[in-house]
Ligand binder design. Structure first.
Ligand code: BES
Ligand code: MG
Ligand code: ZN
Length: 500
């Protein structure tokens, strides 16, 4: 889908030739077009004589040069002040241009970069991401498909000295990561009647069937009963859908003892159970498996980017429903690690299924690091909104890596406190602990609950309740699921390799 070409070798036969111009350039009285290929000098000159285009960021004009020219259309894209552009601006620019490509239904888009002085790796990486975000469409359930969209080829035109192996590598890596993001979004967007725990398990098994470096397996209900996954099973009881623990295991070519475990909350629908949720916005609870989706997408990325450590991904997959056999408030259950839990609120189900998965990860795989992704608490959305996920960790080093990589990748995470002061809230009169704390600081008490199950292994819990769907004011993310977590893991592999 992407190609790099240098300018001298350019055949200027193109359906859409994109040029970026900033305000500074537009303001100039005597513009020099010498940076641009000769074929576009005249049309650009004509265009700029009418001074209604200021070059403001995201403003565009489409012009149709005369026929004898091999260029059918020129899209002029304003970039405001190029020095001030952020990575998200690049992503939104990518989205904008892919939108134009789809609207005009063109096959080949040439992106002229040579006049952007010192364009950086960030631009290529994020701009490409933006294009690929726009290229994602979730239309499976629409009976009237939009007229078939052209995929489009995007050809970056740069100077010979800018055409480096690194440039190619950035494109390839970004494409791999964005494939994973599309998988994450597809799974997450799926309604719960189309993606039950069993469907999720089947998807994983099928998807990685021919992936040589990933083995998949699962524990079914009876295996989990045998292994005493009491917390997970207590959540599944109220649903007619059987639960699964889905397991993916990536092994690098060279044998290693280094292991990372990823865990993703896979509640395919969260009704709240007996502590049932209000009906307003309950449909959003199909997204309660975004953590699981992030982990599946990440494993796909990992199979392509091949880090030098093992990665095991665990997905506790359940549906939280108020059936006749459902767990009731006041019930006491025993988790995989033997700790007893008094269930005060059946809507705090995510931490229960994660408890067993985390304890199983610690005991069974003895990993160097654990990272979990979960749409765990509304309180995290209250605390951080939809731009940063909360990161709760017992390791400063891991926090540091993920925070920095979060900014780099666009999947931002913000560190939250983990003081033991919060721990007391989870003391129960009846059992070892209870599953909710007080009204305040709910995201933190949820994380403190999980801490009981990780056995002091370096671990980070990432609460993605706010960031994994319907994020506002980040145009490139589009509607529905954002794929949060997959870019973060994909862009952290090198750093994790050093730490693990
Ligand atoms: N899946 C929800 C958390 C959630 C809320 C995700 C909003 C996305 C958007 C979770 O299972 C839940 O219900 N949490 C409760 C916990 C409470 C009962 C302590 C919550 O946040 O209200
Ligand atoms: Mg819940
Ligand atoms: Zn939930």
């Amino acid at each position: 889908m992407f190609q790099i070409a240098t300018i001298p070798r350019l055949d200027l036969n193109t359906e859409l030739f994109v040029v970026f111009v900033q305000e500074k350039f537009v303001k100039k009285r005597n513009k020099s077009f010498s940076d641009f290929p000769e074929e576009v000098h005249a049309p650009l000159q004509d265009f700029f004589t009418i001074r209604d285009f200021k070059g403001k960021l995201f403003k565009t004009r489409l012009i149709y040069p005369r026929k004898e020219n091999g260029i059918k259309r020129i899209l002029i894209v304003g970039t405001g002040d190029q020095k001030k552009l952020s990575c998200d601006d690049f992503r939104n620019l990518g989205k904008l241009i892919a939108e134009q490509q789809e609207e005009l239904s063109v096959k080949r888009v040439h992106l002229f970069l040579a006049n952007i002085k010192g364009f950086r790796e960030d631009f290529i990486r994020c701009f490409t991401e933006g294009i690929l975000f726009q290229k994602y469409h979730f239309e499976q359930h629409k009976s009237e498909k939009p007229t078939k969209r052209k995929t489009g080829r995007f050809i970056f035109l740069c100077n010979r000295q800018e055409y480096t192996p690194r440039f190619r590598q950035i494109l390839l890596e970004t494409e791999s990561i964005m494939k994973g993001v599309a998988i994450t979004r597809d799974l997450a967007n799926q309604p719960s009647n189309h993606l039950t725990p069993g469907d999720l398990k089947n998807y994983v098994l099928t998807h990685f069937k021919n992936t040589r470096n990933i083995q998949t397996t699962f524990l079914d209900e009876s295996a989990m009963r045998q292994k005493k996954f009491g917390a997970l099973l207590s959540v599944a009881r109220g649903s007619a859908e059987p639960p699964y623990l889905i397991i993916m295991h990536y092994k690098p070519a060279k044998k290693t003892t280094k292991r990372l475990v990823l865990v993703g909350k896979g509640v395919t629908f969260d009704s709240g159970g007996i502590s049932i949720k209000p009906s307003a916005k309950m449909e959003e609870m199909k997204f309660d498996m975004c953590g699981a989706a992030a982990v599946v997408g990440s494993m796909d990325v990992i199979s392509h980017l091949k880090p030098k450590f093992e990665v095991i991904a665990l997905i506790p997959a359940v549906e939280n429903m108020p059936g006749g056999k459902a767990t009731k408030p006041g019930d006491v259950v025993t988790a995989y690690n033997g700790k007893t839990i008094e269930i005060i609120n059946t809507d705090a189900e995510g931490r229960l299924i994660l408890a067993d998965a985390l304890a199983y990860a610690a005991k069974e795989y003895k990993p160097k690091t654990i990272v979990d992704f979960a749409t765990l608490t509304g309180a995290c959305v209250v605390a951080l909104g939809d731009k940063n996920a909360g990161i709760f960790s017992n390791s400063e080093k891991l926090t540091h890596i993920l925070k920095e990589r979060g900014i780099f990748s666009g999947d931002q995470v913000w560190p939250m406190p983990m003081d033991d002061d919060y721990k007391k809230e989870l003391e129960s009169d009846t059992a070892d602990l209870k599953n909710i704390g007080s009204r305040w600081g709910g995201a933190i008490t949820a994380a403190k609950f999980l801490e009981h199950f990780v056995d002091e292994i370096p671990w980070a819990h990432i609460d993605i309740a706010g960031t994994s769907y319907d994020v506002k004011n980040k145009d490139y993310l589009g509607k529905g699921a954002t794929g949060f977590g997959t870019r973060l893991i994909g862009r952290s592999l090198k750093q994790l390799e050093k730490m693990i």
